[in-house]
Design a protein around this ligand. Structure first.
Ligand SMILES: [Ca+2]
Length: 137
């Protein structure tokens, strides 16, 4: 992959190998996840869900979430959010609401992160999601 990671660089790299255009909103492999989603999760356009998705599991002390991402993309911020009712979503603060407990760095600009969202006594239900958005200035 090019040194400067962006959707444009990712799509250009894969377009030249696959010989087809890779628009951000289209779905190269028809798995229901857009090329933009594949890019955000640092996967080639032919990798299908669930391989490319965020893997959640319950640990002894919280919910563990693991996924691949770019180390320093120029056009994305990775935002974690949580909800108790799937209606109202709150920003998960990287200090107050979760911790990164392991990072594996790869030599192609990707990293695999393992995050822990703690469980609280009395908490009956909580939902989590990852949003990859253009950075705010
Ligand atoms: Ca897809």
């Amino acid at each position: 992959m090019p040194a400067e990671i962006s959707f444009a660089a990712w799509s250009s790299y894969h377009q030249s190998r696959l010989g087809v255009p890779l628009e951000s909103g289209s779905d190269y492999n028809g798995d229901g996840f857009s090329n933009q989603d594949s890019y955000a999760l640092a996967q080639p356009p032919g990798v299908s869900f669930p391989g490319m998705g965020v893997q959640f599991r319950v640990g002894d002390t919280g919910i563990l979430a693991e996924h691949d991402r770019w180390i320093d993309p120029s056009d994305l911020d990775y935002i974690y959010e949580f909800s108790d009712d799937l209606q109202t979503w709150q920003f998960a603060d990287p200090i107050l609401d979760f911790e990164r407990i392991h990072t594996t760095r790869f030599d192609d600009g990707r990293e695999r992160v393992l995050l822990r969202f703690p469980l609280y006594e009395g908490q009956s239900r909580r939902y989590y999601r990852l949003s990859a958005q253009p950075p705010e200035d």
